[in-house]
Design a protein around this ligand. Structure first.
Ligand SMILES: Cc1cc2nc3c(=O)[nH]c(=O)nc-3n(C[C@H](O)[C@H](O)[C@H](O)COP(=O)(O)OP(=O)(O)OC[C@H]3O[C@@H](n4cnc5c(N)ncnc54)[C@H](O)[C@@H]3O)c2cc1C
Length: 573
């Protein structure tokens, strides 16, 4: 592809430009009183502007450059998480799947160019209504015809593709990379990516039906025009099916090869937890500094004074301090094909997902609740954050199920994650303790009862095992990166607190000792809370009126006003 139009190499190693200027554009201002159809159109327009901003190239996507990951942890994501999801799918899943075939096919190369420029919206369709986590049993068929062309077909309603948007929106043509079973003379040759046009931007293409899931019912979390999509004997040219027409020797390996872009997606989409936690922490912190309550001696004090208020904010600040170094480290490990096998590299993505989701799920709902009723209003930017975390936990590898797969494979000794470099730290002891327990369980299970007993005894413990490995790795990485000692101490205590009973059972801590350590860590951080919030540098990205009195007053003034001269007699005899 050396002389191709796709060679935008000069941007590949540049620093990612800041998105602060975009926050000033009218397009990126909050829209609170528009219809969902209008909101979706705006999301596409924003995605196109962001696309021009990041200018991701084929190199960025194949080589997973810093720019690729920066796009996934940019604070602007929280302005419109739906438009970010569109961008991520467009580049990672759709362009990433097309890219390896572009060298051999000028048609694919041309399409890839349009996808990278966001001239078409590109979906990635793997999941079916009846096949989510067991997508390897998907049923959509692409049948080879005698003349070398293909027919794409949804054989029954449960085989319809589930959730990616497919209906016409914003006049933008839509295509999809559809994962389907290649059928040759009635025989299943395994799944292949199939390139299909869905709509010209105004109406659906012949044989493609989109049933809209989100203009009527509503998916909380990541707002996008989700759909159920089916194909009725759609005729496709010979170039539409990508890859070899041979039957693979190993159907399972073929499946994982075809969906290999899900692994970088697991890593990249989990990084959204950084801007999500950052904005919720910032808004809760600023509100808590500003909001006051009257106390017994009639003075008013800011609610941040309460330990129950500053504790979750400080814990979230501590989590944020360790998340970025760990994300950077995981990117390095994930890309290191020399030192690590594909399974171990995927393991890093799963571990990051498990701990980032756990931290976000622990902190975000607590912080939103600490803003009281104000936190539940959309104009304050945080009310949907915990649904968004849930959506991220499910998409691109369900956090629970990928953790189960990783922990089972580790317990069976199929491969190993890097060992603890600080085996004496408490988090490493916890990790080792869970591994010993799991090993004892696995070795006690007779071969003939393996599935049943694994299901009963091991599977429920897999997610904690992966989270345990993750917290140890996060801690070690933060130590090497020189993270602020007080923040690191509080992060460590937060991770210990998740499983305090284990440490007490093993005689490593008592409740009183833990409370003392936690109070000490909070006492040393409490005076720094304001500075730590400012260091998040979130001003430009935050529009929530609750963070400042003047913004709140202005917001109230902008609301529709009802006045009148009515008289309504009450309690008259
Ligand atoms: C925001 C969002 C965007 C998405 N975008 C896309 C997209 O662009 N393209 C696409 O193809 N799909 C997409 N999806 C779909 C996503 O990939 C699936 O939702 C996901 O794979 C899970 O499938 P499911 O929802 O059918 O869950 P199910 O398969 O029904 O699983 C439900 C639950 O069953 C349990 N379970 C299932 N299997 C196991 C197991 N082996 N071991 C233990 N427990 C198990 C788990 O508790 C699991 O959470 C998206 C989803 C979301 C939320």
């Amino acid at each position: 592809m050396s002389s191709s139009k796709l060679d935008f190499v000069e941007t590949a190693n540049d620093l990612t430009p800041s998105t602060v200027p975009l926050t000033k554009l009218p397009l990126f201002q909050p829209r609170l009183s528009i219809t969902r159809e209008e909101a979706f159109e705006i999301s596409y327009q924003r995605a196109q502007v962001l696309n021009r901003h990041y200018r991701l190239t084929i190199e960025d996507i194949i080589n997973l450059t810093p720019r690729f990951f920066d796009m996934h942890r940019d604070d602007i994501i929280i302005r419109d998480i739906g438009s970010h999801a569109l961008l991520s799918i467009q580049h990672n899943l759709a362009a990433g799947t097309l890219a390896p075939y572009a060298k051999e096919s000028p048609q694919v190369e041309q399409l890839l160019e349009r996808v990278l420029k966001f001239e078409v919206s590109a979906a990635f369709m793997l999941t079916e209504v009846g096949h989510g986590l067991d997508a390897k049993n998907l049923e959509t068929e692409v049948r080879l015809q005698p003349d070398g062309s293909f027919i794409l077909h949804t054989p029954r309603p449960d085989a319809a593709k589930f959730v990616p948007p497919s209906m016409p929106i914003a006049g933008l043509p839509r295509i999809a990379v559809v994962m389907a079973k290649l059928m040759v003379n009635g025989e299943d040759f395994g799944i292949r990516p199939v390139v299909v046009a869905l709509s010209d931007g105004f109406q659906m293409c012949k044989g493609v039906t989109s049933r809209n899931l989100s203009l009527m019912p509503y998916m909380g979390g990541i707002q996008s025009p989700y759909a159920i999509t089916s194909f009725d004997q759609v005729a496709l040219p010979p170039t539409a099916v990508l890859g070899s027409m041979e039957k693979p020797a190993d159907m399972r390996a073929n499946f994982f090869h075809q969906i290999s872009r899900v692994a970088p997606g697991t890593l990249a989409m989990s990084m959204i937890m950084i801007p999500a936690l950052r904005i919720v922490t910032y808004i809760t912190g600023k509100y808590s500094l500003r909001r006051t309550v009257g106390v017994a001696n009639k003075e008013r004090i800011p609610i941040i004074t309460f330990r129950t208020q500053h504790q979750p904010i400080l814990l979230a600040l501590a989590q944020l301090a360790v998340m970025t170094p760990f994300a950077d480290q995981c990117i390095k490990w994930f890309k290191d094909t020399t030192s690590f096998s594909p399974e171990v590299r995927h393991g890093f993505a799963v571990i990051l997902k498990a701990v980032f989701i756990q931290m976000a799920q622990r902190s975000i709902p607590e912080l939103v609740e600490r803003c009281g009723a104000q936190g539940l209003f959309q104009h304050n930017q945080i009310c949907d954050a915990d649904n968004m975390v849930r959506a991220c936990a499910i998409s691109e590898g369900d956090a629970l199920v990928v953790s189960i797969r990783l922990a089972v494979e580790l317990c069976l000794g199929k491969y190993e994650m890097p060992k603890a470099t600080m085996p004496d730290c408490l988090l490493a002891k916890y990790e080792a303790g869970l591994a010993d327990d799991a090993w004892e369980t696995v070795s006690s299970i007779p071969d003939d009862e393996r599935w049943r007993e694994f299901n009963r005894l091991l599977i429920p413990r897999c997610r904690p095992i992966v989270q345990g490995i993750g917290h140890r790795m996060v801690y070690e990485t933060a130590v090497s990166a020189g993270v602020d000692a007080d923040l690191l101490a509080l992060y460590e205590l937060g991770a210990i607190k998740e499983n305090l009973d284990w440490y007490i059972e093993k005689g490593l801590l008592t409740r009183a000792k833990f409370r003392h350590m936690e109070n000490k860590a909070l006492d040393s951080l409490e005076p720094r809370l304001g500075d730590l919030l400012d260091q998040l540098n979130m001003d430009e990205y935050v529009t929530a009126p609750i963070i400042e009195q003047s913004m709140f007053d202005e917001f109230v003034q902008s609301l529709p006003k009802f006045t009148g001269n009515a008289e309504f007699p009450l309690l008259v005899s």
